[in-house]
Design a binder for this molecule. Sequence first.
Ligand SMILES: Nc1ncnc2c1ncn2[C@@H]1O[C@H](COP(=O)(O)OP(=O)(O)OP(=O)(O)O)[C@@H](O)[C@H]1O
Ligand code: NI
Length: 316
Amino acid sequence: MAEQYPDQCTPLLEVENLSVSFLQYAGGWGQTVLEAIQGLQLSIGAGEVVAVIGASGSGKSLLAHAIMGILPGNATMSGTIRYRGEALTERRLAALRGRELALVPQSVNYLDPLMRVGDQVRGAVPGRAAASRLRKVFERYQLAARVERLFPFQLSGGMARRVLVSTATIANPQLIIADEPTPGLHPAAVRETLGRFRELADEGCGVLLISHNIESALWIADKVAVFYAGTIVELALKNDFAADGGRLRHPYSRALWRSLPQNDFVPIPGSQPHPNDRSVGCVFAARCELASSECRSVRPDLRELREGMVRCIHAS
Ligand SMILES: Nc1ncnc2c1ncn2[C@@H]1O[C@H](COP(=O)(O)OP(=O)(O)OP(=O)(O)O)[C@@H](O)[C@H]1O
Ligand code: NI
């Protein structure tokens, strides 16, 4: 049963000042704290698709796992995550996860190798409804009825992906966190899967879509959060990703846009700083052609700019 919430204006999900760090042993008695995500802020409204793009290792999956309450045991989290205006406590998460709140995990390894596909997909759906829901969701994702009896090792990569999406969507979720849901799918299946997320959003669901493929994410996104080195450097509107990227607010977003094959195909020189190496200043300063001495010494705040947000003092 969906939780009742009276105020339609409150975003479905609000993430405020989220940080995730890991305690690491640095030889001998030494320990270091590795800040993988810092000061992250994001909200998703009902009916909205928010895409999350950015470099590998920038913290996108950690955000997904923090929301779902499945961070690894060595992680420490601070900040607030609210769902329908109330903090997502462990207790609430336990009731919502796999029902109102669904994750399409990045790796097919999340499938239980010892459980038949049908049992996994049915998951949280109660007895009577399960069989007909399973049939519908299999039809939608073009999975033959016989797949129900298979074990994960018997699935092709593309089938396993479609099983993950089926598992996440069978229980009519209100908020879907999809972490790279389409790699290895052929283009028609990518369109079909993303189109289904758009449909769910149009029916009132909130969708957080993590993707390496900016172009396909833009088919369905309303907003785009650009991740870099554990933080959001820009929150853009879908239409800001156009032409030469002149409407984008952050130098990294523009560089990322221009690096696409269909644009200038110019790689960004340098590499993203490691979580150990993010002491002061702007996280992008070392690679930024606009960087001034202030950028190297003071971490810019995320501020509002032209219906979006940016973490750069030079943006106007
Ligand atoms: N269990 C862990 N222990 C220590 N550090 C971790 C752990 N999990 C993640 N990290 C750190 O957090 C960073 C962010 O990881 P995350 O998986 O969120 O990146 P990502 O943006 O999803 O990358 P990709 O696009 O490759 O999936 C990693 O670079 C890594 O340094
Ligand atoms: Ni990831």
